[in-house]
Write a protein that binds this ligand. Structure first.
Ligand SMILES: NC(=O)c1ccc[n+]([C@@H]2O[C@H](COP(=O)([O-])OP(=O)(O)OC[C@H]3O[C@@H](n4cnc5c(N)ncnc54)[C@H](O)[C@@H]3O)[C@@H](O)[C@H]2O)c1
Length: 343
């Protein structure tokens, strides 16, 4: 039975997120880890011991040689994307699972998408917060029509752009039924975070015009509104929708709340972003997509590209001082241009 097939997996980059992925693949029952790779030998050895001593190595291409895995998963810092995508596609992987943000620039993201579309490789990107019960509750309330006609979707995070902004955009797009964006306007300030391993302006804000008339508002970094109910920086995200008859929003580390046309006041519930809760369904839906091409993963790479494109368009708007229309073509690498433009 195709439903029982075990899928082979190679995992590259065994830091925080690589270990989350390897654990979730190993615990799922539908996957077998056949290869592990990290440039750090101690991490590699510890992971190999934990996951049944598969093939290991410090070079992803060497590990991939002769394996042709069903899934190639890599969880490296943002600076390493295109080369590993190419390695996975050349090895004949059926699906590549990788981390946000998908690239460092539009140029790189366009190359990645050309490569995976050409090779017909499925891609999945880790915007897995959406599996939180509080996230799902907010989506359910919005989709039910209980807040009336949605006119605004919004997302704020005190975490900086290359860490957090594609998360915010991904979930605001989801709350707005993944509607296409037509144009954006952006503003940013501060250069300190450009030296971080997720190089970013200290603060960035964007307005998004979606094709269904809904306005998107996103802010990320030092200067975005605080979420005082939540104690930890990367959980200080507020993401939601306002409609003609109410609102519904999720706090990544602080549950959900809403006012709907029938609620008679504020209603709320618990929830806190938790990898142990969110990774298993994220990984299960990878198996589901491999089993049945119609069951496209909600975190598919085409959707992640749309979110990344919005983020890069906001950067371009800061530099060019005006509306940026989507879709984007190649151009000056956004982060470099932004760093130059900011005083
Ligand atoms: N989706 C989420 O909720 C979430 C949360 C945290 C981080 N992230 C993202 O995950 C990515 C990785 O973050 P992390 O915190 O796991 O980083 P990390 O530094 O803990 O792990 C990265 C690993 O990659 C290894 N590595 C580097 N170059 C390599 C190479 N050439 N070949 C093989 N291995 C290599 C490093 O040795 C390290 O072990 C980032 O893009 C980050 O934004 C996502």
């Amino acid at each position: 039975m195709s439903g029982e097939k075990k899928y082979s997996v190679v995992v590259v980059g065994l830091g925080k997120r690589g270990m989350h992925h390897a654990e979730a693949f190993a615990n799922n029952g539908r996957f077998e880890i056949v290869g592990l790779c990290d440039i750090d030998n101690a991490r590699l050895e510890a992971a190999a011991k934990k996951f049944g001593n598969p093939k290991t190595g410090t070079d992803a291409r060497e590990v991939l040689k002769g394996l042709k895995p069903d899934v190639f998963c890599f969880c490296t810092l943002p600076q390493l994307r295109l080369d590993l995508i190419r390695a996975g596609a050349e090895a004949g992987a059926g699906l590549i699972a990788f981390e946000k943000p998908i690239a460092m620039s539009t140029n790189e993201a366009l190359e990645i998408m050309k490569l995976v579309r050409g090779a017909k490789v499925k891609t999945v990107v880790s915007h897995q917060h959406r599996y939180g019960e509080h996230y799902k509750k907010v989506k359910e309330i919005i989709a039910s029509g209980a807040i009336g006609r949605v006119h605004t979707v919004y997302g704020t995070a005190s975490g900086w752009m290359m860490h957090m902004l594609t998360h915010l955009i991904d979930y605001t797009r989801w709350f707005n039924d993944n509607t296409e964006a037509e144009w954006v306007v952006g503003q940013a300030s501060g250069k300190e975070k450009f030296s971080d391993n997720h190089p970013s302006p200290d603060y960035i804000a964007g307005l998004i015009q979606f094709a269904n008339g809904v306005r998107g508002i996103v802010e990320s970094g030092d200067g975005a509104p605080d979420v005082p109910e939540v104690d930890y920086w990367w959980r200080k995200c507020r993401i939601g929708a306002q409609g003609t008859e109410g609102f519904a929003e999720v706090l990544t580390g602080g549950g959900w709340r809403a006012i709907t046309k029938d609620s008679g006041g504020v209603i709320s519930g618990p929830g806190c972003m938790d990898y142990a809760h969110d990774m298993p369904p994220y990984i299960q839906e990878i198996a589901d997509w491999l089993d049945d091409p119609k069951k496209v993963h909600p975190c598919n790479g085409e959707s992640a590209y749309k979110g990344f494109e919005i983020m890069m368009a906001i950067c371009r708007s800061v530099v060019q001082r005006g509306k940026i229309k989507l879709p984007l073509g190649p151009g000056e690498p956004e982060l470099e241009a932004l760093e130059k433009a900011l005083s």
